[in-house]
Design a protein around this ligand. Structure first.
Ligand SMILES: [Zn+2]
Length: 69
């Protein structure tokens, strides 16, 4: 992964941390929007994992978010 793509993942992570319904292009292939899925961490209910997945190139990244109690 090039540092340029790393920067793009950071950018899309910021956007999707604010609004998971935002349409954001995949930083890897730029062919498709990322699909977002929230996964609860059962052992730590204050934390939420927001998975970002591209169905075209199968790129995947996970954001760790603090949930308001
Ligand atoms: Zn992709």
């Amino acid at each position: 992964m090039s540092s340029n793509k790393t920067m793009k993942w950071i950018e899309v992570g910021k956007i999707l941390a604010e609004d998971p319904n935002e349409k954001v292009q995949c930083p890897e292939c730029e062919q498709n929007n990322l699909e977002v899925q929230d996964i609860r961490n059962e052992s730590n209910p204050n934390e939420l994992e927001r998975s970002m997945h591209c169905p075209v190139c199968n790129a995947r990244n996970v954001l760790r978010l603090k949930r308001p109690i």
